[in-house]
Design a protein around this ligand. Structure first.
Ligand code: 4NP
Length: 159
């Protein structure tokens, strides 16, 4: 059974699609596409069906990453479908856990920044209302966290 990872932010047009596509890029580089599967979702319904934000896509492409996918909203069945649910910030984390009323899935939900080793940030900041620098910083932070997450997945979910 492949390991299934779900990246979650607010809108599913900036941070979580970036995390998903960066992770897929690293997985392909390592030849692990049959072992680790990625998806992303938003806690809100604001942008359902939308492609990734253009500013986010531009920042990703400067690092050689193409952002694919369409926004969807997090749903309760995702708790069962995925092995790990990676929240971009503490609001996302709390919003996800608020849907797990019995607390049975709480160990699956983690903060993305816990897997970063070269950045001190505890959260992936919301870049939506900021400038270009914010989008670039999100990509660099996510590359760091995705590298750590990949090692974690390889060690903890052996095929
Ligand atoms: P994301 O960014 O959660 O990283 O996709 C945002 C996208 C849209 C909004 C906020 C954050 N919004 O308020 O519409």
């Amino acid at each position: 059974m492949p390991c299934k990872l779900l990246f979650v932010c607010l809108g599913n047009i900036c941070r979580s699609p970036s995390a998903e596509n960066i992770m897929n890029h690293l997985i392909e580089q390592r030849g692990l596409s049959d072992r680790i599967i990625c998806d992303s979702a938003g806690t809100s319904s604001y942008h359902i069906g939308s492609p990734p934000d253009r500013r986010m896509a531009a920042a990703a492409s400067r690092r050689g990453i193409t952002l694919k996918g369409r926004a969807r909203q997090f749903e309760i069945s995702d708790f069962e479908s995925f092995d790990l649910i990676l929240a971009m910030d503490r609001d996302n984390y709390a919003d996800i856990l608020s849907l797990d009323s019995r607390g049975q899935y709480r160990d699956k939900v983690r903060l993305m920044c816990d897997f970063a080793s070269h950045h001190q940030e505890k959260e992936v900041p919301d870049p939506y209302y900021g400038g270009v620098d914010g989008f670039n910083q999100v990509i660099d932070l996510l590359i760091d966290a995705c590298q750590g997450l990949l090692e974690y997945a390889i060690q903890n979910y052996p095929s």
